[in-house]
Design a protein around this ligand. Structure first.
Ligand SMILES: Nc1ncnc2c1ncn2[C@@H]1O[C@H](COP(=O)(O)OP(=O)(O)OP(=O)(O)O)[C@@H](O)[C@H]1O
Ligand SMILES: [Mg+2]
Length: 243
């Protein structure tokens, strides 16, 4: 297993945002984390990244990293594409990209930058312009490219398709697929249930901080359990699945 999370708990004062969650992510796979607003998805990713304090243990490539700083986790091979992208609008696109590599001491940064520009021609053309010139979809691409500049083996993605046009949504999912084919393991938080289940092999549903359901996505797509686990019933997920 690339990532093993055991009995993870995140609390903010009295709010138990993540409650006793365990999961195992296989190398080179895509896993989807689904759940309603406030279910604890972001808290889970932030805890794995080490930007939120958490209880429980996290093993990455066999090493216990739960006490490590987030910087050390980045060096070990975990990167986060945060909720809301968090692009620095007053820096140039290139400066934003270099932020993703700020901890690296190897000589590969320049060639990785070139690789990102190959992958994202829209960013290449405007590398010396400010982040603020980019559209929402382009900012999301920049956030992904910035995370890739850390050369991760595990990429945590927090709702990368949120608020984007259908064209960009498709582009994001194509990118997720091709990064995965190149060997990257991806833990994907998504509101776009249908696309996420198509992309991932394994799905996890969080409900009120707890893991309500976990199964192979093929099985999840067919069964009614997803709808039940998601919101305790309701039509919202049915619509998402059949949209
Ligand atoms: N910094 C914080 N301080 C206090 N409570 C918080 C904080 N961050 C999150 N929470 C609460 O923790 C719970 C889980 O929030 P979290 O953001 O992890 O959920 P989420 O599944 O990512 O939601 P969304 O779909 O809206 O992004 C919610 O009840 C939220 O209000
Ligand atoms: Mg969230």
């Amino acid at each position: 297993m690339l990532l093993e999370v055991r009995n993870l708990g995140v609390s903010y004062g009295n709010v138990l945002a993540v409650n006793d969650v365990s999961l195992q992510i296989e190398g080179c796979s895509i896993a989807a984390v689904l759940g309603a607003n406030g279910a604890g998805k972001t808290s889970l990713l932030n805890a794995i990244m080490g930007v939120t304090r958490a209880q429980g243990t996290i093993h990455f490539e066999g090493q216990m990293i739960s006490r490590w700083s987030s910087a050390r986790r980045v060096s070990a091979g975990i990167a986060l594409v945060p909720e809301g992208r968090r692009i620095l609008l007053s820096l140039t696109i290139e400066e934003n990209l270099l932020m993703g590599a700020y901890q690296r001491r190897d000589r590969g940064v320049t060639s990785d930058l070139a690789e990102m520009y190959d992958l994202f021609p829209n960013l290449a053309r405007r590398r010396h312009e400010l982040g603020s010139v980019l559209s929402g979809g382009e900012q999301q691409m920049l956030a992904i490219a910035r995370a890739l500049m850390a050369r991760p083996r595990l990429l945590l993605m927090d709702e990368p398709s949120l608020g984007l046009s259908p064209l960009f949504v498709r582009e994001i999912f194509n990118l997720i697929q091709s990064l995965n084919e190149a060997g990257l393991t991806i833990l994907l938080v998504e509101q776009n249930t249908r696309m996420a289940l198509q992309a991932a092999q394994r799905g996890y549903v969080l409900r009120l901080g707890r893991l309500a359901l976990e199964a192979d996505t093929e099985e999840l797509t067919k069964s009614d359990d997803l709808t039940k686990a998601y919101l305790g019933g309701g039509v919202a997920v049915n619509n998402a699945l059949h949209a």
